[in-house]
Write a protein that binds this ligand. Structure first.
Ligand code: IPM
Ligand code: MG
Length: 372
């Protein structure tokens, strides 16, 4: 029996080719693992009405980790229109499978390192090395949404909130409500994860990202719990910033920041900003970590327009595989992969289209594997 059992979840679009690329690297490392393919993605939504079928959920209960590619996500109505004719009547609602996986398995830490590898012509500035801790299960991603708004909800809100009266006069389908739900436990555990990481890896500061001046209940709770947790880490500095100002300051002086921690949606936003500072989504990797399972993925989406062209940059996924190796405790192998990626980037000999080159996904993976 292999030492590790890894769920292999390519998804669709370019997810398939970037996972093939990661396989080239993992095979070169001779990781003692069994890779078990799982059905997930747009095709399963269309054919079965479920992009994350129960058999895949069962698989995820019995693996050490998962590597995930990407999945096409569309707004609910557009998704329903693409269902097989016999499923159209069932009032099925599409929900992003990666968001479902995060919630089903309580993968509450979304860890997104953004590091400028030296010599990458796409670096916004050399030396950027930020780590994002994004809360991954609640906030505006809670999935509690109403559109049209049920009259029952409207009448309760009218009783509870004066400010709601301005909306109460609207017809149910003239407005919509998405609930931002943040819990005390949810806020505390993501902030604690950020501080523990900072302590373990000698980072100096954790910056709490929020919008507590306006979104007072939920972000107020986040900031309040963050301050309480920070007290338990007197050796690590803490500061805080509003999400809007944060995007500006990050661009202005990324070196003022170190570890960032944010509620789900703000974390999503700064992830893409930080990714662009270190070469774009082709370089941004991500880990969804819970107490019992971790799912690793590139931060990019399924990029349907590039699907099947063997064109996109697989470095993000190869770095996600490197994070998986770290999480499994295969530190040496993880280190070797990162070294190989850094060398290929520095040499600038093999470059995919985003790096102004013409090498394929496979060629990039082969070049990295050749350094191992
Ligand atoms: C991400 C992505 C996802 C998210 C999408 C694909 C649902 O943007 O992982 O950052 O919003 O979390
Ligand atoms: Mg995102």
């Amino acid at each position: 029996m292999a030492k590790y059992r890894i769920a292999w979840l390519p998804g669709d679009g370019v997810g398939v080719e970037v996972l093939d690329a990661a396989k080239i690297v993992l095979e070169k490392l001779r990781l003692d693992a069994e890779y078990v393919s799982g059905d997930i993605g747009w095709e399963y939504w269309r054919r079965e009405g479920d992009a994350l079928p129960p058999r895949t959920i069962e698989l995820l209960k019995n693996v050490d980790a998962a590597l995930f590619g990407a999945i096409t996500s569309k707004p609910a109505k557009a998704a329903a229109n693409e269902l097989a004719p016999e499923l159209q009547r069932n009032a099925l609602v599409y929900r992003s499978p990666i968001v479902r996986m995060r919630q089903l398995f309580d993968l509450y830490v979304c860890l997104r390192p953004t590091k400028a590898y030296p010599g990458n012509a796409l670096n916004f500035k050399e030396g950027i090395d930020l780590v994002i801790f994004r809360e991954n299960t609640e906030d505006l991603y809670a999935g509690v949404e109403f559109g049209p708004v049920p009259p029952e909800l409207a009448s309760t809100l009218t009783k509870l909130s004066k400010r709601f009266c301005a909306f109460a006069i609207l017809a149910p389908d003239d407005y919509a409500i998405s609930c931002k739900i943040n819990t005390r436990v949810g806020c505390e555990r993501i902030v604690r994860a950020a501080f523990e990481f900072a302590r373990k890896f000698g980072r100096k500061k954790v910056t709490v990202v929020h919008k507590a001046n306006v979104v007072r209940a939920t972000d107020g709770l986040f900031l309040d719990r963050a301050k309480a947790v920070a007290k338990q880490f007197p050796d690590i500095a803490m500061d805080e910033a509003n999400i809007d100002a944060m995007t500006m300051w990050l661009l202005k002086n990324p070196f003022n920041y170190d570890v960032l921690v944010a509620p789900n949606l703000y974390g999503d936003i700064i992830s893409d900003l930080c990714a662009q500072m270190v070469g774009g989504l082709g370089f941004a990797c991500s880990a969804n970590i819970g107490d019992n399972l971790a799912v690793f993925e590139p931060t990019h989406g399924s990029a349907p327009k590039y699907a099947g062209q063997n064109k996109v940059n697989p470095i993000a996924t190869i770095l996600a595989a490197k994070m998986m190796l770290e999480w499994l405790g295969e530190t040496e192998k993880a280190h070797a992969v990162e070294g190989a990626v850094a060398e290929v980037i520095r040499e600038q000999q093999v470059r995919t289209y985003d790096m102004s080159g013409s090498n394929t996904t496979t060629e990039m993976a082969a070049a990295i594997a050749a350094k191992l």
